[in-house]
Design a protein around this ligand. Structure first.
Ligand SMILES: [Zn+2]
Length: 170
């Protein structure tokens, strides 16, 4: 990308420039605002849930079980049928209380550090702020989660299936 000169007048002239172009023209932003994904059922300050896991495959298995149980009988047949493709009943998590699974999943969402929204903000540009998305939305900061979702769908599925069945004997 070739550097461009910043417009000398008219704030609206920056509207057509994206994040990387503004980085080149204006330098580091004054601040970066990041919002991470959260889920209902647990929040920072609640302490580590009883079923908390640091393994994305385990969290996926628990989440599929919890989701299936939560919507069963409360969803059009077609929706349940699609869900059954990812939750073969019973799995190793079916005997655990739903609220404990939900808490563990919400905790996993938080620890995955999934970037839901992120903006870089430059201040005092022609008397106002300029904000642009950084392009990191949709990525995982937690390297364990990033590595998990870098696997092929088949490899992820095998790990999730293993995680769903492994707890049967526990
Ligand atoms: Zn289950």
């Amino acid at each position: 990308m070739s550097p461009r000169r910043a417009p000398q007048d008219g704030v609206t002239r920056l509207d057509g420039y994206g994040y990387r172009e503004l980085l080149t023209m204006l330098g580091d932003p004054a601040r970066v605002e990041t919002r991470y994904a959260t889920a209902i059922g647990w929040q920072p300050g609640d302490g580590r849930p009883a079923l908390a896991t640091d393994d994305p495959a385990v969290a996926q298995a628990m989440g599929r079980c919890a989701l299936d149980r939560a919507v069963r009988g409360d969803t059009p047949v077609g929706g349940v049928a699609r869900l059954r493709m990812v939750h073969s009943t019973p799995c190793g998590w079916c005997d655990y209380p739903l609220d404990e699974l939900v808490a563990a999943c919400a905790h996993a969402v938080w620890t995955s550090r999934f970037v839901a929204v992120e903006f870089a903000v430059w201040e005092g540009v022609h008397g106002r702020e300029e904000a642009r998305p950084t392009g990191r939305a949709g990525t995982y900061e937690n390297p364990v989660w990033a590595a998990f979702f870098a696997l092929s769908p088949g490899d992820r599925r095998r790990r999730i299936d293993h995680a769903a069945a492994r707890e049967v004997s526990a």
